[in-house]
Design a protein around this ligand. Structure first.
Ligand code: 5GP
Length: 204
């Protein structure tokens, strides 16, 4: 059976990156889909590991060539999930993690109805603001843009199936893993099996 597609969204500063790094370190079954972006690399970010950093022209070329499972514009930059890697890993039975924002997540929900949709929230907005500022990688102007985006995103949380409240890293990682385990047995995901059972039953 194909692997599980896992969509993780969350406000900028929710700590989802830290949760994902730990999940990927602790369990072999997960792989991370490295996105393509036109955003400039932050200090310490590595091309090919954190993102594939490209120009707008390169990104638009990939759109034309149907190279993405989803893509969106976020705070003035393009972000997209390259198609080939996701398809290959799902075929290999791996659980593929997409760390993407809400517009892209909605595209995935359309294309892959059995994807697991998880939203990561901070325990409070005070904590979110502290984390955003403590990171020190963004200017105040960028932080303000991201807060504005969070205000839009909060309206769409109910499109996700599960929420992880990130107040404790170990707990958050364990909860996310349990959600993925449960999702493997969802009726949506096992729809082919259910259709077979139904046909067999009706043929009696
Ligand atoms: P950042 O610039 O902080 O790395 O990411 C900004 C936002 O873009 C985050 O919410 C992140 O989840 C999202 N993002 C990263 N990669 C992708 C992608 O491939 N597609 C979409 N739609 N969003 C992405």
């Amino acid at each position: 059976m194909d692997g599980l597609l896992i969509v993780i969204s969350g406000f900028s500063g929710s700590g989802k990156g830290t949760i994902l790094n730990r999940l990927l370190k602790d369990y072999d079954e997960y792989v991370f889909s490295v996105s393509m972006t036109t955003r400039a690399p932050r200090e310490k970010e590595v091309n090919g590991k954190d993102y594939f950093f490209v120009t707008r022209e390169e990104f638009e070329k990939a759109i034309k060539e149907d190279g993405f499972v989803e893509y969106a514009e976020y705070c003035g930059n393009y972000y997209g999930t390259p198609k080939a890697y996701v398809e290959e890993q799902l075929k290999n039975g791996k659980s593929v993690i997409l760390d993407i924002e809400v517009q892209g997540a909605m595209q995935i929900k359309e294309k892959f109805p059995d994807a697991l949709m998880v939203f990561v929230a901070p325990p409070s907005i005070d904590v979110l603001l502290q984390r955003l500022r403590a990171r020190g990688t963004e200017t105040e102007e960028v932080i303000q843009k991201r807060i504005l985006r969070a205000k839009e995103e909060v309206e769409r949380i109910d499109k996700y199936e599960y929420l992880v409240i990130n107040d404790n890293l170990d707990k958050a990682v364990s909860e996310l893993h349990q959600m993925a385990e449960a999702a493997k047995f969802s009726t949506k995901r096992l729809s082919k099996f259910m259709a077979k059972i139904k046909t067999e039953l009706n043929n009696i």
